[in-house]
Ligand binder design. Structure first.
Ligand code: ZN
Length: 112
């Protein structure tokens, strides 16, 4: 006769945001109200950080990176570097556009 394996008692679960002990089946923290597990806010997921950074936050997406419970510290460093490089690239391109527009305006004012 075989018995179904008894699941190990779950380890105490800590809230990723406030570090207080939660019931293992809590979906939201009882202390600070932050979602847990699958209920972590979308902007702390990898795609959420990417979309929020590209569509508006820009370099400030780094704040989401460092607050996210979904990323390891190595991943946070990588994301931070990637966002800084991307920001530098965008600034450089904007500067190029600015200098080109400046030259065109100058030519137009001189009557070509
Ligand atoms: Zn909490």
């Amino acid at each position: 006769m075989t018995e179904a394996p008894v699941p190990a008692p779950p380890l105490p679960v800590l809230c990723w945001a406030c570090s207080k002990v939660l019931d293992p089946f809590d979906r939201y923290c009882r202390h600070c109200g932050k979602g847990q597990g699958d209920h972590i806010p979308w902007y702390y997921t990898r795609w959420g950080i990417l979309v929020a950074s590209l569509l508006g936050l820009g370099p400030f997406g780094v704040f989401l990176v460092w607050r996210s419970p979904k990323l390891s510290s190595g991943e946070k460093t990588g994301w931070t570097l990637a966002l800084l490089v991307l920001t530098g690239y965008v600034c450089w391109r904007l500067y190029q556009v600015f200098t080109m527009m400046n030259a065109m305006v100058g030519m137009a004012l001189r009557g070509f």
